[in-house]
Structure formats: structure tokens, C-alpha cells
Unconditional design. Sequence first.
Length: 131
Amino acid sequence: MRLSTAARNAQVAAVTALIDAGTGPGVLQLRDGTAPAGPGSTATGTLLASFTLADPAFAAPTGGTGTADVDPALTATAADTGTPTWYRILDSAGTPLADGDVATDMTITPSAVTVGATVTLTAWTLTAPAA
């Protein structure tokens, strides 16, 4: 199946609406290791950092891509030491919504974190595939 840009925007808008649903902002977790089969599976790896997202977390999608509100940049204190490889998005109730790849979807500094250090998220996009 190939989707139109309007359909791709609708997909991304639906996911970002779930992030913003509930009584508070969603959460972004950065983890190391190999991602599980999906957000319905138990999280794997070590939780390295957890960000409280803006509410709303994303601007309206364009071109099948939603851009996170990271202005100002989001910061978190590293909970452990490691290199983030995948992330999990949770709604305000802690329900897992989506998993993704840190290297392809976001910009964080530093790329390898040390417990107690500040981790900064400066760019993040969610993209619905075109084909």
C-alpha cells in the first residue's frame, strides 16, 4: 500500500494526538540495547534518560512528518550510563505508544550518556513511511 501525503499526515497526527491525550504531557524514554518487537512488548535494555515532553508534543505534520516541540531544547538527567539506541514514547498515563530508532529519528547530546549528566534533545521527527 502506498499512502498519499494527506494519509501519512493523518497517521502521524493520530500518534501525536495519543501522546498528548490524558491529563499531562507524554514521556520519551531513551534506552540502550536492542529494541523489543514493539510497544506492546516489555521494554528491553537500560533506561538511560526520560524526558517530559511539551504538551502538545508535536506540531501539525507536513509531508508525512511531525516535528517535536524542542524549543527550548528538552533536557533530562541520565539515569544510567550507556549509548541510547532506541526510544519508547508513553502517554501521560504511562501507556507505551511507539518505539523508534534514536540514530534515525532524533538528535541528542551527548550521544553516549553518563549517569547524572545532562542529556539534551534538540531535534526529533516522527515520519509515516511513503511506501
